[in-house]
Write a protein of this length. Structure first.
Length: 358
C-alpha cells in the first residue's frame, strides 16, 4: 500500500536580474578580471543580464550601455585597462545628473548597479545609495588607500612594476656614479613607495605620511658615497612633501575635480640633491606605466574574488555595501564605512623601511 502523499519540496532558484556594472576613476590592472567574474557568475549561475555602463557614470547619465556576455569577456583576464572605459565624471557635478542616472535605471529596468572604483567613485556611489539607488561597490585603487580592505587589486602590479624599474636603475646608477630619483604614484599615502623601496633596495624613500628634511636626505647620501658606495636610489611618492621650512616648493594648483595637481616633486628633490651634494642626479617618473598593462597573478585572483563576491552581494540584497578583503576572506562592509578614512602606511612597516636607509 502506498504511503501518505508528501508535499513537493520547494525548489530554490535564483531570480534573474538586470545588473549594470561600471568602472570609474583611473584605470587599473585587474578591472577586466572583476567585470569578467561578475558576468561569468551572473550569466552562468544566476541567468542575469549584465550591462556595461560605458565610461563610468557617463553611461548611466547618457543611457549608453552595452550588453556583456561570457563570450564578450573571453581573453580579457590578462588585459590591463577596462573594456567598458572609465572617466572621473560625477553625476552630482553634472546638471540634472542624478535624475538622469535614475531615469536610465528606470528605462533600462536595471535592478542593481555594481560600481568599481576608488575613493571618489565609491563616495559618489554611497551618496546615490542614500537617494535610493541599489548599489554594491568594489574597491579599486593602485594606491591601496581604502581603509576597510587589507588590499586593493592593482596595488601588487604597481609595486611589481616599480620594483622592476628600480632594479634596472641600480645598474645604470652604478655605471655612472649617480643618484637616481624615482617618482611613483601615491597622492595621499605611500604604500607603493614603501613597498617598492623595500623590495628594490632603495637608499631613501619619501612618502606623504612623513614630511622629509632635504638636508637630512642629502647628508645620508653623502655619508653613503664617502663610505665607498657609488650609487643611490631615492624613491619618492608623488604626494611627498618636505617638512615646513626645509625646502621651497611651488604653490599648489588644482584640477577640475578639486584634486591637487601632483607630479614634479622628484625633479625638485633631484635639483636639491645635486646642488647640495655635487653628485650627478637623474630623475625617472614612472607615472601611468604603473597602472597599465598586464595584472599580476595576485591581482587577477583578488579581482576575480571581488567580482564573484559583488554579484553574490547583489543577489543577497546587500545594497549600500562594498566587498573587502579581511584575513584573506572576502567580506562586505557598509559603503559609508568604506569611504570614511584613508589607509596610511603602518608605522611598523615604515620602521622596517627605515632600517635600510643609508
Amino acid at each position: 500500500m502506498a504511503g501518505p502523499l508528501r508535499p513537493p519540496i520547494a525548489a530554490s532558484y535564483p531570480v534573474p536580474m538586470r545588473i549594470a556594472v561600471l568602472t570609474g576613476g583611473g584605470d587599473c590592472p585587474g578591472l577586466n578580471a572583476v567585470i569578467r567574474a561578475v558576468v561569468r557568475k551572473g550569466e552562468r549561475h544566476y541567468t542575469d543580464t549584465v550591462l556595461g555602463s560605458r565610461d563610468g557614470w557617463r553611461g548611466l547619465l547618457d543611457r549608453d550601455l552595452v550588453r556583456l556576455s561570457v563570450a564578450d569577456l573571453r581573453g580579457t583576464l590578462h588585459r590591463g585597462g577596462t573594456v567598458i572605459g572609465t572617466t572621473r565624471i560625477n553625476p552630482f557635478t553634472v546638471e540634472e545628473g542624478v535624475n538622469r542616472v535614475f531615469d536610465t535605471v528606470a528605462a533600462e529596468r536595471i535592478d542593481a548597479v555594481i560600481a568599481i572604483g576608488g575613493e571618489g567613485t565609491l563616495s559618489c556611489t554611497n551618496e546615490l545609495h542614500k537617494l535610493g539607488l541599489p548599489v554594491v561597490g568594489v574597491p579599486k585603487t593602485i594606491d591601496n588607500d581604502i581603509g576597510v580592505t587589507e588590499r586593493t587589486f592593482g596595488f601588487d602590479t604597481a609595486v611589481t612594476i616599480a620594483t622592476e624599474a628600480i632594479d634596472r636603475l641600480h645598474t645604470t646608477a652604478e655605471s655612472h656614479n649617480r643618484v637616481m630619483v624615482v617618482e611613483v604614484m601615491g597622492r595621499h599615502v605611500g604604500h607603493i613607495a614603501t613597498w617598492a623601496g623595500i623590495a628594490g633596495g632603495a637608499t631613501r624613500t619619501l612618502i606623504p605620511e612623513v614630511p622629509f628634511d632635504i638636508d637630512e636626505v642629502c647628508h645620508s647620501l653623502t655619508r653613503r658615497h664617502l663610505a665607498g658606495r657609488y650609487a643611490s636610489i631615492v624613491v619618492v611618492a608623488e604626494g611627498a612633501k618636505p617638512a615646513p621650512g626645509t625646502m621651497d616648493i611651488p604653490d599648489e594648483t588644482f584640477d577640475e575635480y578639486g584634486h591637487v595637481r601632483l607630479g614634479g616633486i622628484a625633479d625638485r628633490v633631484a635639483d636639491e640633491i645635486e646642488e647640495r651634494t655635487g653628485f650627478e642626479t637623474r630623475v625617472t617618473v614612472l607615472g601611468h606605466v604603473q597602472r597599465g598593462g598586464t595584472p599580476t597573478a595576485l591581482d587577477r585572483v583578488l579581482s576575480s574574488r571581488f567580482g564573484i563576491a559583488a554579484i553574490d552581494a547583489v543577489h543577497d540584497g546587500l545594497y549600500g555595501s562594498m566587498v573587502a578583503l579581511k584575513d584573506d576572506h572576502i567580506i562586505t562592509v557598509p559603503l559609508e564605512e568604506a569611504v570614511k578614512d584613508l589607509k596610511f602606511v603602518q608605522p611598523e612597516l615604515w620602521s622596517v623601511a627605515r632600517q635600510f636607509f643609508s
